[in-house]
Structures are given as C-alpha cells and as structure tokens.
Write a protein that binds this ligand. Structure first.
Ligand code: UTP
Length: 297
C-alpha cells in the first residue's frame, strides 16, 4: 500500500533578489496577496491535501515568518473585548497545532535541492511534499490535493507540470515526457534551465512535488549544477535513471509566478477580482484604467 503523504517541506531560505529592496527586511513569503501573505495560501493548500507536519527551511532574516504562525495573545484579547469574532476566526487560520510546525536553518543559499536536503532528518523514511510558496495556484481543487490523490494510486515521485511559452522555457526545469495517461505523464528525463536548443519540451516543473525518501539519498551525493546551486531537479533526474517511478502531473488550475513582479501583479488582480467584497469597486477601477490606456494609444 502507498504510504500517505503527511509531511511538507516549504523551502523559504532564498534571497528573493527579484523583490529587492522589499526583501531586504521582509521575507518574500510574507508579501501580501490582497490581505494574506503568500505563505498562507501555501499552508491552506497543504492542509486541504491532508498535510499534518509543516517543515520550513528558513534563513537569517525570516523571523517575520515564524511570528506569523505564532499566537498573538494581546491582539486576540483586544479583538475579543471588541466582539470582533469574524477577525478572530481569520486569525485562527494562522495558528498551528503545537508541534505541527518545525523550522530548520539553511545556513547558505546553496540551492533548492540543498534546502530540501536540510530537512532530511525530519522526513525520515516517508514520502513528502515540497511546496514553493511563490507559485500560487488557483483552482477548484487545490493543486497538492490533486497530486496526493494521484500519488495514492501510483506511489513514486510526482512533479507538477505545466506548458510554458517556448521563449520562457529555459527559465524552468523541463520534462522529457514518455507516455501520457490522463493528467499523468511518465518522465524520461528532466533538466534544469537548459539552453533553448537543449530543451526537451516546453513542459515545465512548477513548485509542487511529492517525493520519495530516495530523493534525499540522491541529494546526499549530487554536486552543484545549473547556476552553481544544488538542484532538486538533478536529484529527481537521478531517480529516473534508476527507477521508472517519476511522473509529471498536469494539474487543473491557474498558476501565478509570484516570485516575479509581473506574476505577483497578475495574481493581485486575479485574487482581488475573485473576492466578493472587492469585486465591484476593483473591476470598475480596472476597466477605467484600461479605457484610459486605450484612449492614450
Ligand atoms: P528562487 O529561484 O525563486 O530564488 O527559489 P529566490 O532566492 O527565492 O528568489 P530570487 O530569484 O532571488 O528573486 C525558489 C524557492 O527555493 C527556495 C526559495 O526560498 C524559493 O521558495 N530556495 C532557493 C531556498 O530555500 N534555498 C536556496 O538556496 C535557494
């Protein structure tokens, strides 16, 4: 029987240079989409997929992230006194059960693969999810829940996959795909940020993974790859070479690249418009801006 996935690693130790100067003092994951930090979207998605243990790989300067998941007795007492039950309910979504959350330090930003490896002792011999909070995925069924369901059938390693424009493909890890079975694709190879002429496809790996403990073993021995960083892609590619249990999964949903400025702005518009309390005023504003732009052309 396939072991259930109950642990997730959130690698949040990157420098976030694309959002400087903001990320000089604020972790990227605390940046806010409408009224919730990016990390809250990731945690909600993980909970919906049945994750019970949340492992953050952090670095210096990320204390705002730890505080975010702490209780806030003074604020809560004040809200209670004022009878603000709706706000108290919102705050509840940010608190974690005792012992459900762990923080590990990645002392140097040596790459995503290295960040994941830092959590190896907490993972032990179990399958685990990896979620990159700057990929925000909107959809009816949360992306990780779709993948966990697929994993219950197949076991093995599953990476979220999505077609990207050819001209942008080289910014991603790309899949060399074999057979397709509905949303599941068998993966023959994987390469991180290839030169355009070496790209096996324009099917990119997005920041959701379900991985076997073998990936940790592979990370034990692989060396720095693309960009001088230890790449998670290389550890998964090494697994393809010795087993046939690596799959791509074409998830249903819309992915926003909130690690980039343009992607973050697009997500802000989409999530703002999706909110009932904001929709009317916000859509009117967007229409008026679009009309002004058109008139100016
Ligand atoms: P990115 O490639 O987006 O890098 O990392 P970054 O540092 O966050 O942002 P930029 O490119 O400088 O703007 C993808 C994910 O991997 C994590 C990041 O925190 C992010 O969630 N990561 C990356 C680590 O945890 N450690 C690393 O050494 C590198």
């Amino acid at each position: 029987m396939v072991k259930k996935v109950t642990k997730a690693i959130f690698p949040v130790a990157g420098l976030g240079t694309r959002f400087l100067p903001a990320t000089k003092s604020i972790p990227k994951e605390i940046m806010t989409l409408v009224d919730r930090p990016l990390i809250q979207y990731a945690i909600d998605e993980a909970r919906a997929a049945g994750i019970k243990e949340f492992i953050f790989v952090t670095s210096r300067g990320k204390s705002a992230l730890e505080d975010y998941f702490d209780s806030a007795p003074q604020l809560e007492a004040e809200l209670r006194k004022k009878g603000k039950d709706d706000l108290l309910d919102i705050l509840k979504t940010t608190t974690m059960d005792s012992g459900a959350i762990a923080y590990i330090r990645q002392q140097k930003p040596l790459g995503l693969g290295h960040a994941v490896w830092c959590a190896r002792r907490l993972i032990g011999n179990e399958p685990f999810a990896v979620m990159l909070p700057d990929d925000v995925i909107a959809g009816d069924v949360p992306c990780l829940a779709q993948m966990v369901e697929a994993h219950a059938e197949t076991g093995g390693n599953i990476v979220a996959a999505m077609e990207v424009p050819r001209e942008k493909a080289s910014a991603y890890g790309l899949l060399d795909v074999g057979e397709e079975n509905g949303p599941l694709l068998s993966v023959k190879g994987m390469v991180e940020k290839p030169r355009p002429e070496d790209a096996p496809s324009n099917l990119a790996v997005i920041g959701r993974y379900i991985l076997t403990p073998n990936i940790m073993k592979n990370l034990n021995r692989i060396k720095a790859g693309s960009g001088g960083e230890v790449q998670l892609t290389d550890a998964i590619a090494a697994e393809i070479a010795i087993s046939d249990d690596v799959y791509g999964y074409r998830f249903r949903g819309h992915r926003f690249d909130c690690g980039s400025k343009a992607g973050f702005l697009q997500a802000t518009v989409a999530f703002g418009l999706a909110r009932e309390d904001l929709r009317d005023e916000f859509s009117e504003y967007i229409r008026s801006v679009a009309a002004q732009e058109t008139a100016a052309e």
